[in-house]
Design a protein around this ligand. Structure first.
Ligand code: COA
Length: 400
């Protein structure tokens, strides 16, 4: 197929949004279009165009992402990916994504990341599932902290009051959380919008702010004929210390009229379940893949992170798009180096599997059990598996 890959012009923004809407099943009205200019940067929308017709879109975000141990690496986020219905399965997506991955590797990004609409699309481009998302449902009337926390340092604030405080608190949370991605001013503006189409029948935003973290939420009223069962939908969750975490949960659990506190942003291993007298007060009703990671610069991605125990090994990474490579990795809790080498590899694996294990949330041992890596020394694979583990589940924390 004959098309040109380039950045969209500002005048093409509405056409890009129209294509995105048609692909995901909704129309962009005036408000939606204005809000979309905050969701993505109109200057970073890559398109495939046949003359004046846009047949494919893949928008780019640039941010830093925290690795286990706290270092940040420059990262490409992909979003708004869609191809015109009449032009599918002819290689448009492949042409767009492969060009982006090559160009951003040359620009120095350590990895590309995305959330996938369907599971079968991105493995072929070298993306692997690195983090998981959980739908958490806390049954408020059943959930009591076994050791009551002091909520007096928590303030309930309006968006205008909370706005100057949230970025610094979020940044503190992010730097402790593997996979945590940074937010620029545009992202903050988008996340705090109150348009009806973003509220989805829920209230405006409320914010509980502690000196060590915050929780933002919306309420959906459900009066239940005399048995109120409002839903508290947590949209943003950034407790940055154990004290802040306990105080914020103590406050959330005191919301009379609320039946459930629900969220897709409370991490899978959040300690709240262990803090309740009855752990069944928290239910996880769905677990799915969240952040897919595609290594672009292996030396950065592995060399900048920290390792749970001392490790030394040679990894061979199979990568059809950017080229195979062998890497000598040495690391521990204090530092690491990862350099190209000619040495015989201890472990050979695909680049998507390296992406999956890179943030410590997917286990190398599981990839070995799936028969997806080659290694002679089983004991060494076991040590690398433990070294790669992060102290907590990675979570990127910002929808995009
Ligand atoms: C997903 C989408 C962008 C794919 O675009 P496309 O131009 O048809 O993709 P390509 O022709 O480049 O496909 C490349 C390969 O991926 C496969 N593929 C594409 N979409 C797939 C899907 N949804 N599930 C499984 N495989 C898929 C193709 O079969 C092809 O495989 P091959 O290389 O073995 O032949 C397009 O179907 C779309 O717009 N879907 C709706 C919106 C959406 O889900 N976007 C993704 C958001 S994360």
């Amino acid at each position: 197929m004959d098309y040109e890959i380039r950045y969209a012009t500002d005048a093409e923004f509405a056409a890009v949004a129209e294509l995105d809407g048609a692909s995901f099943g909704f129309h962009y009205g005036e408000q939606e279009l204005a809000d979309a200019r905050l969701d993505i940067d109109p200057a970073r929308i890559r398109i495939a165009a046949r003359g004046p017709q846009i047949v494919g879109v893949s928008a780019e975000l640039s941010f830093v992402m925290a690795l286990p141990g706290g270092a940040d690496v420059p990262t490409l986020g992909l979003t708004w990916v869609s191809v015109e219905l009449t032009h599918r399965r002819r290689g448009v997506l492949s042409a767009l994504v492969e060009e982006q991955l090559r160009r951003r590797t040359a620009a120095g990004d350590a990895a590309a990341v995305l959330s996938a609409s369907e599971g079968g699309i991105y493995g072929r481009y070298g993306f692997g599932v690195a983090t998981r998302v959980a739908h958490t449902v806390v049954r408020r009337r059943r959930a009591r902290l076994s050791r009551a926390a002091d909520p007096s340092a928590v303030r309930r604030l309006t968006t205008d009051q909370a706005r100057p405080l949230l970025p610094e608190l979020h940044e503190r949370w992010r730097r402790q959380t593997p996979a945590g991605v940074s937010r620029d001013e545009r992202r903050w503006q988008f996340l705090l919008l109150e348009s009806e189409h973003l509220r989805r029948g829920r209230s405006g935003l409320f914010h509980l702010v502690h000196p060590d973290g915050y929780v933002s939420y919306r309420i959906k009223s459900e009066w239940g004929e005399g048995d109120p069962q409002h839903q508290c939908w947590v949209t943003d969750y950034a407790p940055a210390s154990a004290e802040g975490h306990a105080a914020l949960w103590q406050t959330l659990l005191s919301m009379d009229l609320v039946g459930t506190i629900e969220s897709y942003v409370v991490p899978l291993d959040d300690p709240v379940q262990l803090m309740l007298g009855d752990p069944r007060g928290v239910k996880v009703t769905h677990v799915g893949d969240s952040l897919w990671v595609r290594p672009l610069d292996v030396t950065q991605l592995l060399g900048e992170r920290r390792y749970a125990v001392e490790v030394e090994c040679v990894l061979e990474v199979r990568d059809e798009l950017l080229g195979d490579g062998r890497y000598l990795l040495r690391g521990d809790r204090d530092g690491a180096t990862c350099v190209r080498t000619d040495r015989i590899p201890d472990v050979t694996l695909g680049v998507s599997d390296l992406g999956a294990v890179s943030l410590g949330g997917t286990r190398l041992a599981q990839i070995a059990r799936a028969g997806r890596l080659q290694a002679d020394d089983v004991a060494l694979v076991g040590r690398i598996d433990v070294a790669l583990l992060a102290d907590q589940e990675p979570a990127h924390g910002t929808p995009f």
